[in-house]
Unconditional design. Structure first.
Lengths: 474, 104
């Protein structure tokens, strides 16, 4: 730690602000405060860093900083709430790329120094050089993880944005991953052993980036949230490791805290989807390959008026929104319907599956955007018992998360996933654009249920019709 | 102790991260992922330090450093904006006092 005392103290405060900020972000009441504290911490950290002794290149620094901040903040302002997961993936990839680039720069300095070009300047600068064994190993590890987070996040973005449709699987996918990983590690060991040269480094970074692409490409869209969360944890770890290389405590603490919390969050998500993190990365669901047993029976259609009267004269309605509702932009209509039903004395609750939307909590954000208060929103464990006392379960644009096959059909790829027990409600109404399987391509037994009625049409239009019909019954 | 102290820092930071998150309700998972994504935007500080001591006469070093600062700044700024946007929308049914100002 070679910085002066006031800078050190500032970094200490920054680390505390980050931790307290994250803590505050884990409750809806204090969450807004939390991001503000963390934001203040970031501003302090950035300003203080300008005062680090022995620094140069300020013009380049300010230019790059301003450009990056303005572009990203502008994108962050205009991005639609439904596209939030891929936007987070992009920002996360940038963080991973930055961590890898830091290591690349430190190595470039080392290579230059060994050529004798830069020895005096480097030792005069505030940062310690002559990396040393531990720092070299951790810098390489951080680069590998950061580069994988960077290229993997870009693939995740392309997939969620719909720019990369198919899940391509290499022949002997897992073997290729292992070979590339071993090659990267071998190169790394060689570099640590003394081969710190331009071409070995380029090969190391190139292979690391390639690894990120190979690992994420075969993963289907449904598993992407877990992958984004995992890559987020990766970036945190990479930042922490590069923090050691730069002997910067703010980087170490913030990076490792995010690495650990991100790992936990990833585990929670994977658990909710009944998927193992290793399973997602090494044997992804391929949809076509296993679609579960075929389902006998037929789907029964209901009109908007039928649906309206069922809901208007119900005592209790539970709405199960899915990503399809958000894509159709129907959350405002759904909230309008909810308010109407509340006026009519109906109890309305929202049931959210942990993986509704594209990330855990994504659906909550989309409902919050429409103005639905969060105390009407319940998660799986809170509400699953209540479906048996529910008159009408309205499923809008959700599919796998209400598929009873997950409980009964061992051949179904989602067998064992916890689901919302919408089928236990007295009446189930499923809104769908048309017949056919959903996002994951798995048949849904709920649609064929005895007490299920299908309300066909886009969510936006179908719910508008129901609202109009309910109004005539007020 | 020397550099060994860093192992303690790593370990304690890891425990902290795990504890801080462990009681978060599902409804906040997305904003929280976004928020933690913002926090590792502190990589910007590392990028600035690394660029600050780069050799100004070496275009390779300056180039890599500029990329690092650009990416770090984008991570931090973008992460803040989207997290703030998401959290600003959370409100309870009881008190509808609207948004607390549109400014960040």
């Amino acid at each position: 730690m070679s910085f002066e005392l006031p800078i050190q103290v500032s970094y200490l405060v920054v680390a505390a602000l980050f931790v307290l900020g994250l803590k505050a972000m884990s409750s809806p009441v204090t969450a807004r405060r939390g991001i503000l504290w963390a934001g203040i911490g970031m501003v302090i950290a950035t300003l203080v860093t300008f005062a680090t002794p022995g620094m140069g290149n300020y013009l380049w620094m300010i230019g790059a900083l301003a450009l990056g901040a303005v572009v990203a903040a502008w994108l962050g302002r205009i991005v639609k709430m439904t596209d939030m997961p891929q936007m987070v993936a992009v920002y996360n990839g940038m963080g991973g790329g930055a961590a890898a680039a830091i290591a690349a720069l430190e190595f470039a300095k080392e290579v230059a120094k060994e050529k004798g070009l830069f020895a005096q300047v480097a030792s005069a600068a505030g940062v310690e050089h002559g990396l040393g064994l531990a720092a070299t190993i951790l810098a390489l590890l951080g680069s590998l993880i950061g580069a994988v987070a960077f290229s993997g996040s870009i693939v995740a973005f392309l997939k969620l944005q719909g720019l990369m449709k198919k899940a391509h699987r290499l022949p002997a996918q897992n073997a290729v991953v292992v070979v590339v990983l071993l090659a990267v590690l071998g190169l790394g060991a060689w570099i640590v052993g003394g081969a710190l040269e331009g071409w070995t480094l380029v090969a190391f970074f190139g292979l690391s980036l390639l690894l990120g692409v190979i690992v994420t490409t075969p993963i289907g869209g449904a598993d992407m949230p877990v992958v984004i969360s995992l890559l987020n944890a990766f970036t945190g770890l990479a930042v922490g490791l590069e923090g050691y290389v730069l002997k910067n405590p703010a980087l170490i603490i913030a990076g490792i805290v995010v690495g650990a919390s991100g790992t936990l969050l990833t585990q929670l998500m994977a658990k909710a989807m009944n998927r193992k993190i290793g399973g997602i990365i090494f044997t992804p669901i391929t949809g076509e390959a296993q679609a579960g047993a075929a389902i006998q029976g037929s789907m029964k259609e209901a009109s908007a008026v039928d649906v309206a009267s069922m809901m208007r004269f119900a005592e209790k309605v539970v709405i199960v929104p899915g990503y399809g509702m958000a894509v159709a932009g129907a959350q405002h209509k759904v909230w309008e319907l909810t308010k109407l039903l509340q006026e009519a004395g109906v109890t309305v609750k929202f049931a959210i599956h942990p993986v509704a939307g594209r990330m855990p909590g994504h659906m909550n954000v989309l409902l919050a955007e429409a103005g639905v208060p969060y105390d009407l929103i319940f998660d799986l464990e809170e509400i699953n018992e209540e479906f048996a006392q529910t008159d009408v379960a309205l499923v809008i644009g959700a599919n796998d998360v209400v598929n009873p096959s997950a409980r009964t059909d061992k051949s179904s790829p989602i067998y064992g996933m916890p689901i919302l027990n919408a089928d236990h409600a007295r009446n189930v109404i499923c809104n769908k654009r048309g017949k056919g399987t959903g996002y994951s391509g798995i048949e849904n037994a709920l649609f064929y249920g005895e007490n299920t009625r299908m309300l066909y049409g886009s969510a936006q239009q179908a719910i508008s019709e129901v609202i109009a019909a309910v109004k005539t019954m007020m | 102790m020397g550099d060994f102290i860093y192992i303690y820092v790593f370990m304690l930071a890891a425990f902290t991260g795990y504890e801080v998150i462990s009681r978060v309700p599902v409804i906040l998972h997305t904003p929280l992922m976004s928020g933690s994504n913002f926090v590792h935007g502190v990589v910007l500080v590392g990028a600035m330090v690394a660029l600050g001591s780069a050799d100004p006469s070496d275009p390779l070093q300056i180039g890599i450093g500029v990329v690092a600062v650009f990416l770090g700044a984008a991570n931090a700024a973008g992460g803040f904006v989207v997290t703030e946007r998401m959290l600003a929308m959370f409100k309870t049914g009881q008190k509808k006092d609207g948004k607390q100002g549109a400014s960040k």
